[in-house]
Design a protein around this ligand. Structure first.
Ligand code: GRF
Length: 237
């Protein structure tokens, strides 16, 4: 593409995942983000992302779904939508380094721009986090920095929220860094804690909000509207 063309990569963009304009015949289209979704369980967030893409609400393509759990229903969901589904576990390798090497190979082969954690129960190594710096997202079912950290997953989060007596909980989408549940917060949405909530009833309402929030947060990356500075994520208007 000619450097003086208005269709060249915008000068303020960095990294391979920023949106880019390409010419197809006479039609100008925005390049989609290539995503790898990592899941360990049911994959309702994965499903919400698939649905959003099919409705045209998300300028991204799920190139592969990877699970450390061969029985994860998320893998089934991927296959139903003709998305590559891969079981990749540390147990298949002798060392953690070999696992990382294979994961990086798979990500490269699929030209992955961003890694999306959606209920992935393993911590990614510093090798992977550095290779995809600022390009790995996680969703957490509470308002970080509260109710996060090791041991705070699944129903444990909602039990702790109810026990604490807070009136508001919610959803956090954040960049993954080397500290558990810690990286720059991209988006948060509140959910009211009702007096008669059980961890299960609260989880159900939070999950619905997760489904709506994750696609919106990822779309901001697809639109090249997130900048990270001093551990904070800023959304360009
Ligand atoms: C979600 O609550 C998410 O916040 C957390 O793991 C859960 C995954 O649920 N990280 P699902 O597999 O997407 O249904």
């Amino acid at each position: 593409m000619c450097p003086s063309s208005p269709l060249t990569r915008r000068s303020d963009t960095k990294g391979p995942y920023w949106s880019e304009f390409v010419i197809i015949g006479k039609v100008v289209e925005m390049k989609k983000l290539n995503l790898a979704i990592l899941c360990s369980g049911g994959g309702t967030n994965l499903q919400a992302l698939i649905d959003a893409m099919e409705k045209g609400e998300l300028s991204a393509e799920i190139k592969i779904v990877i699970s450390n759990n061969s029985n994860a229903f998320a893998l089934e969901r991927a296959r139903k939508h003709n998305i590559s589904a891969l079981h990749l576990s540390h147990k298949q390798f002798t060392t953690p380094e070999e696992f990382d090497q294979r994961l990086l190979e798979v990500l490269k082969q699929n030209q992955i721009d961003m890694i999306i954690l959606a209920g992935y129960m393993k911590m990614l190594s510093p090798t992977i986090i550095r290779a995809y710096k600022y390009r790995i997202l996680n969703i957490h079912p509470a308002l970080l920095p509260h109710f996060g950290g090791p041991g705070m997953y699944g129903m444990h989060v909602h039990e702790a929220v109810i026990k604490s007596g807070v009136k508001i909980t919610g959803v956090t989408v954040h960049i993954v860094d080397e500290v558990y549940d810690h990286g720059a917060i991209v988006m948060q949405k509140p959910v009211e804690v009702k007096d008669d909530d059980t961890p299960e009833s609260l989880a159900e309402r939070v999950l619905k909000v997760e489904h709506d929030t994750y696609k919106k947060a990822i779309q901001l990356f697809a639109e090249d509207r997130i900048k990270i500075r001093d551990s904070r994520a800023y959304i360009k208007p």
